[in-house]
Design a protein around this ligand. Sequence first.
Ligand code: ZN
Length: 86
Amino acid sequence: MTPSPIDCRTAAERLWEYLDHELPDGPLEELEVHLRACAECTPHFAFAARLLRDIRGARSNDRQTEGIQSRVLGALRAEGFMAAHS
Ligand SMILES: [Zn+2]
């Protein structure tokens, strides 16, 4: 079965599940096809993956993690990643 094409907005909605390895096979395949073809999403996903790694590295202190999460969201907005929702 050929995965159906998805747009950047759909890819963005699947970002966190993808990074958490929680996407089922179908949506995962659609996303990977999109990422291979889309020059715009690839840097966003690499950026988010790096941030997520930083968050996990800092998770030993719960109070700090909250601050880091809002910093991450702010950084994603600054990168234009959340703009698709407006
Ligand atoms: Zn895209």
